[in-house]
Design a protein around this ligand. Sequence first.
Ligand SMILES: Nc1ncnc2c1ncn2[C@@H]1O[C@H](COP(=O)(O)OP(=O)(O)O)[C@@H](O)[C@H]1O
Ligand SMILES: [Mg+2]
Length: 336
Amino acid sequence: MFEGCVGASDVMQAVYRMTRQVAPSSATVLLTGETGTGKELIARALHELSGRATGPFVRVNCGALSESLLESELFGHVKGAFTSAHENRTGRFEAAHGGTVFLDEVNSVSYKLQVKLLRVLQEQEFERVGDSRTIRVDCRVVAATNRDLLDEIEAGRFREDLYYRLNVLPIDLPPLRERVEDVPLLADYFIGRYSEADGRTPPTMSPEALKLLMEYAWPGNVRELQNYMERAIVLCEGDKLMPELFPRHVRGLAPARLHRQAVKDPGMLCTELVELGMQRASEEATDMHEQIVSLVERELIKQVLHSCRGVQTKAATRLGINRNTLHKKITDYGLE
Ligand SMILES: Nc1ncnc2c1ncn2[C@@H]1O[C@H](COP(=O)(O)OP(=O)(O)O)[C@@H](O)[C@H]1O
Ligand SMILES: [Mg+2]
């Protein structure tokens, strides 16, 4: 019943159990977990396992639309409600009548729209934008967030009343690094899937490559693993997946890429960078400060040099450091 959902770890079995248990209810489910942990898969399973399975499953990515677009996407609008409203339009809540609406990235809904959302959750009713007629719908709401909503409440970006309304039945998807025993199962699953898609004999995983995959921290979780498996299978010429087929940072040869989401928020970016550095620093390290600061400094110099096309005087000016100092750092960090 959990189609396309692989994983036998205790933590995932607890997730499956909880999913089965709450699926038949009409109460709101809140899925939490980092990006790529499988929130959407579980949202679909909740729908498939419910009495609404024959009804529609409607997903709305709340993070992808501006406030006004999202409002008319969710609730619909009437002709003339705003300049570009040339026709009446049915919203996604209406489209999901009798089924499930999946509000992905619900943490991105604006404060103003959160009020309207709260009302749908409480009263199952709303008005289309520009209309006074009240519409009643019967749909089950499943929401997902990749941010801690309690932090968002504290920062004044999320309404507490809405949080309690959403959080009736919480299900937390654990990050992949906390269920490494699922990595071989997932890898096999993706080998099967992508080999079949390309009509080729499935290669086997070398023990060396598997070891790397099990040691890697997977900031992008299953989605990241899926991408690397696809890539490795396309590039594989023999019948074994060797470590060379995986990206350099998975092999510990280059700093990991950061989440795209983090780029929006310099604070989060620094947090992640430091966390990453801490994972990388050896366990007994007593020079963590130096190790991490060096990691950041090296990358900064590298990028600025790149943007100045290697002209050191220019890079020194941009960085606001002395040219000789820069020269020495370039040598120290092996950036020639
Ligand atoms: N347990 C799993 N088994 C198989 N594939 C998975 C699993 N978890 C996630 N995936 C795959 O990883 C990708 C990201 O999953 P998704 O549900 O979109 O994550 P999220 O919504 O948490 O970002 C999808 O392609 C999904 O099919
Ligand atoms: Mg998602």
